[in-house]
Write a protein that binds this ligand. Sequence first.
Ligand SMILES: O=C(O)c1ccc[n+]([C@@H]2O[C@H](COP(=O)([O-])O)[C@@H](O)[C@H]2O)c1
Ligand SMILES: Cc1cc2nc[nH]c2cc1C
Length: 342
Amino acid sequence: MNFPVIEPFDAALTASLRARVDGLAKPPGALGRLEDLAVRLGAIQNRIDPRIRRVRACVVAGDHGLNAQGVSAYPSAVTQAMVATMLAGRASVNALARACDVEVCIVDAGVDADLAPHPRLRNEKIRRGTRDATIEAALTDDEVARALAAGIKLAGEESDIDALMLGEMGIGNSATAALLLHRLAPAALNDCIGAGAGHDAAGMARKIAALERAAARSNVTAPLDVLREFGGLEIILLAGIVLGGAASRRVILVDGFIASVAALAAIRLVPAAREYCIFAHASAERGHRILLDVLQTQPLLDLGLRLGEGTGAVLAAPLLRAAVNLFSDVATLDDVLSGRLG
Ligand SMILES: O=C(O)c1ccc[n+]([C@@H]2O[C@H](COP(=O)([O-])O)[C@@H](O)[C@H]2O)c1
Ligand SMILES: Cc1cc2nc[nH]c2cc1C
């Protein structure tokens, strides 16, 4: 499969952006990591004057065949129910998006139900849920390729969207994400498994045993093979959004554990995508720390969130707007010291 070309950053422009930030009316470095964010946004957009016009959260939904093994405390039907809740504007992500001026786009990549058409629902369904990865490959090569292509295409649309956020909804996807992290980091499987949406001790034991069976079934490590063996459709479509968004020089703001695993998969497919991914927050899900360490990145926020839906990414949108305002609104130190502001 052919992936879009993702350009590395222009080193001279990055140096100019840093010089601009250093020359603003403040002691150098006094705005801490917000300064790094401002430079990064300019480097991503390849502009000395980065801008954040429209911001869109893509909440991609899918179901997981391995949920039949009891890897989640919740039935797969909750995925469909939460998609309906998001379409009604009543999920957490909707409330936070209204507060942070973020558009929400809900995408069906593989919900195990026939969803009625809705003006705010994008139908990219590849199939109704993945196959049970403890028994057989979750997907075919063709299904993986089609999910990636759908994400790449979606991310390339509407050129005035400057930042794309990765969000997801999929009961059982913390189990799938643990398998992907185990193979793609790589890291010991046990360290990648957390409580997901919540588990008691018996539930955790069931989840660990099922994931050990799935991991023992296939020893693949190449990224496309890993995605075929373990899924899931929403994670793969999100990886496509990373590739398409980076190729069109958009900021990719990554939500929690599952969205971060999607970003990792994209980065394993096209390493240049890494610089375009900004990790919004540190999820409380076990395994997220491993992923952040592997990618040597520090998230913007740490609020103890572990919801998904794109909630953490949406909350970081104001930081993007704040960072670009430094370039557009702040006087230079030279102007201040020479009295040129009047
Ligand atoms: O993104 C996270 O950090 C995160 C951590 C734990 C759970 N979730 C959400 O909870 C669901 C997955 O949990 P589970 O237990 O069903 O695998 C899925 O809908 C995710 O959006 C999300
Ligand atoms: C209710 C509920 C809402 C969610 N949102 C994202 N993952 C979720 C999981 C559950 C169970």
